[in-house]
Structure formats: structure tokens, C-alpha cells
Write a protein that binds this ligand. Structure first.
Ligand code: ADP
Ligand code: MG
Length: 247
């Protein structure tokens, strides 16, 4: 239903039909964006690796040009804005990850995929707001603190996870690259620890400095303090303009 409703968007994969649990959709010859953003292991687990990273010149662990980092980040945010801003009511993706963005045959555009956890938000007529909803405790290592805490949720979970995507696009590393145990990582997120962003990224390029700023905003602990996806899109569009003017 989500794919059907959003197939008209150039930022969402095109669905051609379905049968039972199967779908027929457009084919993405380059697969998903995860391998581009994190081509290596994405981890720096040993103290030696971590010290070397600090002592050596700052080099991202992927080969994405800084302007392309911004361009792809904007596309990812715009796709989510199509869901959150659906005229029939907000849709939450609920499973934003790098692997949910598929690379089109032009090699330059990503489209959002995989709606099997999506939520159609319900509207509370009395309060004049969307109702929050429950999902049960969140697993994995890409979720917001409120999902790990099993709190009631809203569309801001997507903004937090988008922040993780942008982090990996910026650095080529996983958030909390020093920890490969999901339970321990979840605890750090629940404790309010933010993913460490090397401050040298603020100086490396204008595009990367913009990403540092917005990642930090997306990683706000309290969902109500996080920007809306529309604010993220606006910021990234403005950033693209500034960077293009700068070239
Ligand atoms: N239309 C497609 N074209 C190419 N690769 C795809 C396509 N759909 C999915 N994939 C690949 O399969 C992976 C899993 O598909 P996805 O729809 O995300 O299901 P899941 O619920 O298993 O995550 C994707 O991350 C992507 O690498
Ligand atoms: Mg998937």
C-alpha cells in the first residue's frame, strides 16, 4: 500500500504489482547504498586503530566526494519527506537504514524501499494531533533511544535513523564504530550518548561541515527537539546551494 501510494514520487521505488507476500518492482542494478557508504568493516574496534585514526590525517573510510555526500543525504531526506508529508496522512518508514536506499541505473540517485515496518499514523480529532504508537522494544543498532526504551513513537524515529545514515555517508564508519555488541550499543544510546563526530570534519569541506551540523540535530535525544524531516530537507537544500555557489 505504501509503495502503491508513493510510486508517483521519483524518490520512492516503483511497484508494478503484488501477489500475496511477493512484489514486482523496478530493478536496481547497483543494489543498495550501504556498500557505497561503508565499503569496509565500518568498525574501529581496537585501541590501536582508534589512536591511529586520531593521529593520522583525517580520511573518511569511503570514497564519496564531499558534494555527493550532501547530494545523496538530501535525496534520502526528501524521500522520507514524501512519506511524512503524504497528503492522506503521515506515514512513518520505521526502518530507515542505508540498505533501504537503492541506487538507480544512473548511478546518481537513490530511491527509498522496504516498507514492511511502515506505520500509517492515526489522527486524534480531539487533540488535533497524530496519535503516538507502540512497536515493542526496538532491536539492532540503527534505532532511536525511544525505540530501545519501548516508548510511544512518532515520525521522529525516522529522523534519528536518517542521522545514522548521514553519519556513515560522512565518515564511512558505523555510528559507535568502537562497539560491535548491539546490546551495549543500545545502552549507550539510551544513556544519551551521541555518536562521536571527529571535529576535523567541520574544517574538511563546506559540504561536510553542513553534514556535521545536521547529524548532530537529528541525533537529539528528545524526539520533540529533533528537527522535522521538512526542516532537515530545507537545511540540506540551502546547504547544497551554498556549496554550489562556493565552487
Ligand atoms: N528492486 C531491487 N533491485 C535490486 N536490489 C534490491 C531490490 N529490492 C531489494 N533489493 C536488495 O535486497 C535487500 C533486501 O530487500 P528489502 O526490500 O530491503 O527487504 P528486507 O525486508 O529483507 O530488508 C536490499 O537491501 C537490496 O540490497
Ligand atoms: Mg531492507
Amino acid at each position: 500500500m505504501v509503495a502503491d501510494r508513493l510510486t508517483s514520487s521519483p524518490r520512492i521505488y516503483d511497484i508494478y504489482g503484488f501477489c500475496g507476500m511477493a512484489i514486482m518492482s523496478e530493478y536496481f542494478p547497483y543494489g543498495d547504498y550501504e556498500d557505497v557508504a561503508v565499503p569496509g568493516t565500518g568498525y574501529l574496534l581496537t585501541t590501536k586503530e582508534q589512536i591511529e585514526q586520531q593521529e593520522n590525517e583525517l580520511t573518511p573510510y569511503n570514497d564519496i566526494e564531499s558534494i555527493d555526500k550532501l547530494r545523496i543525504s538530501l535525496q534520502m531526506a526528501e524521500a522520507l519527506a514524501d512519506l511524512h508529508g503524504d497528503p492522506n496522512g503521515a506515514i512513518v518508514h520505521q526502518d530507515v537504514q542505508l540498505s533501504q536506499y537503492l541506487l538507480s541505473s544512473d548511478g546518481k540517485t537513490v530511491k527509498l524501499n522496504d516498507f514492511n515496518r511502515a506505520e500509517f499514523m492515526l489522527w486524534d480529532d480531539n487533540k488535533g494531533t497524530y496519535c503516538k504508537y507502540g512497536e515493542g522494544g526496538g532491536n539492532g543498532n540503527w534505532r532511536s533511544p525511544e525505540e530501545y526504551l519501548n516508548n510511544n513513537l512518532d515520525e521522529k524515529v525516522d529522523v534519528f535513523s536518517l542521522g545514522n545514515n548521514l553519519y556513515s555517508i560522512l565518515t564511512g564508519l558505523w555510528v559507535f564504530y568502537d562497539e560491535d555488541n548491539d546490546t551495549k550499543m543500545q545502552q549507550r544510546v539510551m544513556d544519551g550518548e551521541k555518536a562521536y563526530i571527529d571535529p576535523r570534519y567541520k574544517e574538511r569541506s563546506l559540504a561536510e561541515s553542513k553534514l556535521v551540523y545536521i547529524i548532530d540535530q537529528c541525533h537529539e535525544f528528545a524526539p520533540e527537539k529533533r528537527p522535522s524531516i521538512f526542516e532537515v530537507v530545507e537545511f540540506l537544500r540551502e546547504a547544497m546551494k551554498e556549496v554550489n555557489d562556493d565552487i
